[in-house]
Design a protein around this ligand. Sequence first.
Ligand code: HEC
Length: 138
Amino acid sequence: MKYLSHTLSAICLALMTSPAAAESTFDKVKIEAGEKLYNSECRKCHAPDSSDPSYGPPLENVVGRGAGTIQDYDYSTSLEASGIVWTPAALRAWMEDNAGFMPGTKMRHVGIEDRTVQDFILAYLGSITTQDNTKVSE
Ligand code: HEC
């Protein structure tokens, strides 16, 4: 027991003295949780990888991407003509109430209102965004 508490305090000290490492642990955990949530809430319609066909458009590189811009995907007119960019705020609004946010979309209503769940899914979507979309999101 003494040994355990000693080990724990050593770990705490390590986390406290290296904020960068602690932050990346948090990010890792958020991404892992986000991947699980994505697999249960989004994956049945969205492949994370564009080489994998799916009913909905692939979501790799979605953060900062222009809406309706996957070539060859048959979007609804509302989504295609929206002219919006998938910023984290837009993605939150979409997860919360996609049909209210964009009437006429063909994506079935998802309704994820819990901000923590949204955070996790956003962390995962960020992790599968590897291209630089800053030009689009400006
Ligand atoms: C039942 C199937 C289904 C589920 C579940 C689903 N989607 Fe969709 N999603 C779609 C379809 C279909 C579209 C295309 C909508 C359109 O063209 O109006 C879409 C479009 C999108 C877009 C726009 C992409 C682009 O290229 O502009 C985003 C972002 C998105 N979904 C995120 C999500 C997230 C995040 C989840 C999980 C929380 C999710 N979707 C769950 C079917 C689904």
